[in-house]
Design a protein around this ligand. Sequence first.
Ligand code: NAD
Ligand code: MG
Length: 387
Amino acid sequence: MRRITVLGATGSIGGNTLDLIGRRPDEFQVVALTGGRNVARLAELARRHRAELAVTAHEDCLDDLRAALDGSGIEVAAGAQAITEAAARPADWIMSAIVGAAGLPPGLRALEQGTTLALANKESLVCAGPLLMDTARRHGATVLPVDSEHSAVFQALIGEDIAAVERVIITASGGAFRDWTVDEMTRATPAQAASHPNWDMGQRITIDSASLFNKALELIETHEYFGIPPERIEALVHPESMIHAMVGFRDGALMAHIGPPDMRHAIGFALNHPDRHDLPVERLDFAALGQFTFRAPDEVKYPALRLAREVMAAGGLSGAVFNAAKERALDGFLDGRVSFPQMAEVVEATLDTMSSSGLGIAVPSLDMVLDIDARARATADRVMAEL
Ligand code: NAD
Ligand code: MG
């Protein structure tokens, strides 16, 4: 039996992960499941998968969780610290599917036990890529990418020499507003931004897809995870979302990873790695699909991509500033403080304001990352108040 923990079990990635695990109950034992305020869902998942421990991120939800799991024999706990402790429980495979920088401390703690971390939480690579990868190396842990594009690149690189890679192309659907004008985007509502043409995902990543901030995070994620120089990484709009990434080699060959937009492929690949196992994803009929189309991303309409390139050039703690400002700007859009296009303005102004804050440090500690994250959030809030 492989011991499995799912951080962010109540979310979209968490649910897909448990869907796969639930299909092979004889092979997996669930150690810990974590969630947020949705304790009914967390308790239901913990019972169904016979977890040892269920943890909510919120201390004020502990009583409800305890009541929901009364008589089940499942341990309960609450708070950010309890989630990090859950990540320290011995497990063979841990899914990191918390959304946002909150996923970083438990992800690091999981790596410290030398286990395999399936990393959906791209924010932790953006905030602290060198720290995360260095922690994995020091503890003999494995990080497997779960983001669809990065799983695709990983698969295209199997058996290849990274030195022979000339370019990496990650694709973007273009998100909810790919055919909208900037003027129309100014009036976009959170509900409109949270409806994705191809993928069924959590609310925050779906809105980040519409602003291309998700692709911006993914450019940085590609650089941090694979060590590919920024100038060799490209983003390409591919509205059908069937090709997830392409890796180009020095001899001109391109390896494309193709599959339906279903995260259970990338999750299942990480779950079964280094083997392959049957997965319940649709098999494509290319004759029925007819064609795949591509276009260059509009960097004027979507400043996020340019900002990501500036962040990669600056390095150090600027990724943490970028991510924190993006998270606060998204909060601001959700609660009506800023318009959809203003999110990028908030991120850019926060990066400008903090560029002189000693960000150029090669492998920052967790404390440094958390400190700069808090300062960047406060700066982004000030920027929004002044808009
Ligand atoms: P989601 O919003 O559906 O779920 C997020 C999970 O994190 C929930 O379990 C929630 O309770 C928990 N959570 C939220 N805030 C928390 C906090 N402060 N502390 C502890 N737990 C907290 O999100 P999702 O779409 O499943 O995405 C999860 C991660 O995977 C994100 O980093 C996202 O970028 C990445 N990702 C998602 C998809 C997708 O298809 N959904 C694809 C690629 C990458
Ligand atoms: Mg992705």
